[in-house]
Design a protein around this ligand. Structure first.
Ligand code: COA
Ligand code: MG
Length: 297
């Protein structure tokens, strides 16, 4: 059904794969992740970067699976241009930009991409961008800027590890497990910034990859908050994330009833279902749930 076909849907699970590991690239290709992010940044030691760029380009060119993104190094690192030049000819779906300070960084990246797309004979603008939008202290003050970031911007996600390092925080968690306030703030600003820009909000990584129950809890909470997907760091995290971001049959049935109730009464601004008031925000949410349906695997 094209209406909720996978091609059009925003990826739920985004699996990071270190770009210097042939073994993990092969594992990633075989995983059920909706999207792969081949990493050239933090998970690759500087000495391995040249080999990782080459491996990433070969992996892309081999076309082992759809929806392959590449995380390049930050613009300020001096490494990003060479990362982009290595992988763009092989046609990644998009670029994940870490440590961005604001939409201005997306526009700069967009210019680089335009030049490389034209040089590679690809259509200008086809390469999309996902921004890791909360990794620097300055970035927390600019989450409202992404509405001006242009058509390449597909999603915003957030990071708590690099931000903690920049802030000098010994941990981003409070005793007992939840995020410390500053990191909850970063999460919420990412969510609102993405909504204001009309792009997908993607939740950050859950680093304890041996705790599927904790991951499922965090992913469900993220979906309730409005996130539409979550980053993963291990293949075992893909299943719980896909499950958490897929509406279940009860949700779909209720959403269908809401849409049907308004369809049956086109002039109505409000209807009642099971003794509850249902108005325009509920209709909007119901349409969202129906759009997020997946065909059973
Ligand atoms: N992508 C693809 N395959 C992965 C993977 C990943 N992110 N993480 C683990 N695997 C593979 C392993 O290579 C291993 O395969 P093998 O049995 O063929 O050797 C299998 O899955 C099981 O891995 P496991 O032993 O449970 O974990 P590990 O100790 O090998 O790796 C990490 C743990 C954290 C180092 C690894 O998960 C990883 O590299 N994650 C991504 C890190 C990253 O990209 N960070 C940047 C974003 S924050
Ligand atoms: Mg990082």
């Amino acid at each position: 059904m094209a209406e909720h076909g996978e091609a059009a849907a925003v990826p739920r699970s985004w699996l990071f794969v270190p770009g210097d590991s042939e073994r993990k690239l092969a594992k990633g290709a075989a995983s059920e992740a909706d999207a792969l992010i081949v990493d050239l940044e933090d998970s690759v030691a500087p000495a391995n970067l040249p080999a990782a760029r080459k491996l990433a380009a070969e992996f892309l060119a081999a076309g082992a699976r759809p929806r392959i993104w590449v995380r390049v190094n930050a613009l300020a690192s001096g490494l990003a241009l060479a990362d982009l030049a290595a992988v763009l000819p092989a046609g990644p779906d998009g670029i994940v930009l870490p440590k961005a300070d604001s939409a201005a960084d997306v526009l700069v990246l967009g210019h680089y991409l335009s030049a490389l797309e034209v040089a590679a004979g690809r259509a200008e603008g086809v390469t999309k961008i996902v921004v890791v939008a909360t990794e620097t202290p300055a970035a927390l003050f600019t989450l409202g800027s992404y509405a001006t970031a242009g058509a390449r911007l597909a999603a915003l996600t957030w990071g708590a590890e690099d931000l903690a390092a920049c802030l000098g925080a010994a941990s981003n968690r409070v005793e007992g497990g939840g995020y410390e306030f500053t990191f909850q703030l970063a999460r919420s600003l990412c969510l609102a910034g993405a909504a204001a820009a009309g792009v997908a909000p993607i939740d950050t990584v859950f680093t304890d990859f041996r705790d599927p129950a904790g991951l499922a809890r965090e992913a469900r909470a993220a979906r309730r908050a409005g996130f539409v997907g979550k980053l993963a760091i291990h293949p075992d995290q893909v299943g719980p994330i896909n499950d958490a971001f897929t509406p279940d049959t009860a949700e779909i049935a209720h959403a269908a009833r809401v849409v049907a109730a308004f369809a049956a009464d086109p002039g109505a601004g409000v209807v009642a279902i099971d003794g509850r008031m249902i108005d325009m925000p509920h209709l909007k949410q119901a349409r969202r749930i129906l759009a997020a349906r997946r065909d059973p695997a």
